[in-house]
Design a protein around this ligand. Structure first.
Ligand code: C5P
Length: 209
């Protein structure tokens, strides 16, 4: 039995006390992967941004809000895990300055200065030990395979799951799993529950002893 960490859902980056930036990630792929992982007999910890989805009751869920909190939770949990599946869609940017009060409307345009947040999967990829594995996701709209392989390399992943923008907030998904050699390990399509079972099978055969 392996100890598997899953990041899931979106994160939020606040602009002022009431407004934030986020994305349309539902956490459904994360929930489906958690269910597939549990069905395969493993222990799962999910680090999740704010979502409506129900995670399996057998999973330990650590709720977070921001990308920095997701990273901090991963840094705490990953050393005790065999592998990480990074299916979350963390917010990539945060405002350089977070206003302490609600920004009042003036009728004039305002400018937000955004800076990049840390990449959770890349940070864990850089920290992983020789007996640990990291699986990343890549959502691409063009040059999909090439860009996914660049990400796999850059984030030091062992496998990358490539999907398109139609994956966002949908019940179904179509993915291709690529390994470090650039080989297509699996092509999967269907309901996210079925796709998740296929991803778990690929992880088991390629990365787990
Ligand atoms: O670069 P991109 O956002 O497409 O990379 C997708 C992969 O990187 C996913 O596995 C996602 O969970 C992860 N990621 C991350 N932290 C970020 C951005 C993406 O862990 N700030």
């Amino acid at each position: 039995m392996a100890q598997i960490l899953i990041t899931s859902g979106p994160t939020r980056q606040y602009i002022d006390p009431v407004r934030y930036m986020t994305n349309g990630s539902s956490g459904r792929m994360g929930a489906s992967l958690a269910a597939a992982t549990i069905a395969a007999g493993h222990d799962v910890t999910i680090i999740s941004g704010p979502v409506q989805v129900d995670y399996p009751i057998e999973a330990r869920v650590i709720p977070v809000v921001t990308t920095e909190e997701m990273l901090a939770a991963c840094e705490q949990e990953f050393p005790n895990c065999d592998g990480l599946i990074g299916v979350a869609a963390p917010c990539d940017y945060r405002p350089k300055r977070v206003e302490g009060h609600k920004i009042a409307k003036t009728g004039e345009p305002i400018t937000l200065h955004l800076i990049e947040t840390p990449d959770v999967v890349a940070t864990m990829g850089a920290q992983k030990k020789s007996d640990q594995w990291v699986v990343g996701f890549a959502l691409e709209t063009e040059d999909a395979r090439f860009r996914a392989l660049v990400k796999l390399e850059k984030k030091n992943c062992d496998l990358i799951v490539l999907n398109g923008p139609e994956a966002m907030n949908a019940a179904e998904n179509q993915v291709e799993i690529l390994d470090r050699a650039g080989t297509s390990v699996a092509l999967l399509a269907g309901r996210k529950e079925e796709v998740a079972a296929g991803i778990m099978a690929a992880i088991a055969s390629k990365l787990m002893k």
